[in-house]
Each structure stands twice: as structure tokens, then as C-alpha cells.
Design a protein around this ligand. Sequence first.
Ligand code: R5P
Length: 309
Amino acid sequence: MPVVSGSSARGLAEDLARQLDWQHVQMESRRFPDGEGYVRVPEDAISSVRDQDVVVVSNTFPDSGIVETLLILEAISDVRAGRLASLKGGMDSQDDVGAGLFLAIPYFGYSRQDKRFQKGEAISAQALGRIFAGHCDGIVVLDLHAPVALEGLEVPVKFVSAMPEVAEYLSENVKPDFILSPDKGAIERASSVARAIGCRFSYLEKVRIDAHTILHQPKDLDVEGSIVAIIDDMISTGGTICKASEALHSQGATEVHAACTHGLFTDGAISRLDKFVDGVHATNSLPNPRSSISGGKALARGVRELLDI
Ligand code: R5P
């Protein structure tokens, strides 16, 4: 079956195709001079996207990724529905092959606006979820910040996590003896890594003042002489990790690492992190300079579950 990618997730789509032993299809994609996107199903892939179920791998980040994801789904839907006539001629219309178009989203942009924090706000994660659900027959999402945001969509949604791969990577390369969740929201993910490795675990309570300022409630962590890995779903400015690392060092941790699924690394985050931690490890859900862990294995688990294969 084809695993299709546009410009945002080629490496991960190839990784997923390898895991599933399927064929990788790269969409033709480019940008017009004004920045608008263009996609096309390559001529030689028309029959494969019609003959079998299709999984599109596309990041909905940054905003241009949202538009490209929709254009890819629309182009493939047209091909599958047999709408093949064009101004430049070519094939006539063909039969509609029906359902079988799935979307695998490695990094779901806007996932942190999962609630209406103040009246008048859009619940962005939910709004985007509804739009994508209207263009495909099922969705797989990797380490979504808060799955509740995509509850009740009109197509099935499978949530998968790369934490088993994060645990395996840390066991082999970092050998931590303590795992820390930097806030309550990451407890489930971080504690699953601690269980998989078989090491101690604790968490901090975080208060976010603004996008660049956070505070942690002071807590005794018992990390004297320990190698600690801080686990989060995503690292953006790095502020959360740097603050947690300060607390760990001040309590005697000998080495501090940070690991996450989504390495956004905005605003000079990498150079900031390099001053506070001994290593930063992320998956390839987004292209990033610290991508050392495969997200393809987790996506493959989700695709198998969604397609029941
Ligand atoms: C929020 O709760 C997330 O799980 C992350 O902790 C957060 O997005 C990290 O952001 P930053 O790196 O900017 O502190």
C-alpha cells in the first residue's frame, strides 16, 4: 500500500513505509513565488493510490503544513473518486474507488490550544481536528499533547506514543537512573519511560506565566549522584527543561538529559538547552537538529491498529 508524503514529513514517511513494508510515494510539491503551495499526485502513482488504501503522512505545522495537508488529501480524494479530467487532457473520469484514505500526523500543530482558556477563544486543536476528519477516513496522531481535543470526531482516531522508542534509546545511550516529568501533563508519558527502563521517577509542578516564563514548585527529588532524563511531549523554547534542569543540578544530579517526541526548538532553544543539559534527544516527528529516535515505529503501530491489519 502507498505511504504518501508532501514536503513536511518525507523522512518519517519513508521510515513508516519501511516499518510496514509498503511503498513510499512522494507528492510533487512546490511553492509559488507568493508562497502559496502546490501539490500533485505523480502520474506514475495514480493507479497505486486508486488500487489500495493510502496513508498520507503530513505535519500540520507550521501553518503552511495545514494547507499542504489539506491539498494532499484533496488531490488524492479526487484521484480516488475518479476525477481525473484536466485542462491539459489526460485520462477521462473513472469509477470512485470509495473509502480508504488515512492521515498520519507526526506533529499536530495547535495541539496546546486544547481548551478555551478564556472566553472568546477558538479551541484550535478541535477546530483543526474537525477539518482533517472531513477529508479522510481515519487519523493516527503521534504523541498528541491532549487527546481529549480530538474526541468525538466523525472518523476513528488512533493515538500512539513514541515513548517505548524513547525508553529504548535512553536505556542504550544515556542509562538514566531517574526520570523526571517537568509538569503534571507529562506524568503519564514520563512514568511509562521510567517503568520501561526500570528506574526511579518523580514530577514537578509547573506554573506557566507566559510563553517564555515558567516557574516550578520547589520539591525534594532525591537525585544526588544520579543521571536524570527529563521527558516531555515537546520542547519549544526549552524554558521548561532549563528550569527543571536547574532544580536537578541544585539537588546534586550529575548528568541531566532531555528527551521528547516533538523537537520544535524555537527561538534559539538549542543553544539555551546546551547550557543547561548534557544531551537533548528527540524523534524525527519534525525535522530538527537533535533527531535521534524513530517516530516511524509508533506511527506503524497506529496505522496497523487503525486499519486492523
Ligand atoms: C506543555 O505543557 C508542553 O507539554 C511542554 O512542556 C511545553 O510546550 C514546552 O515548552 P517550552 O519548551 O517552551 O517550555
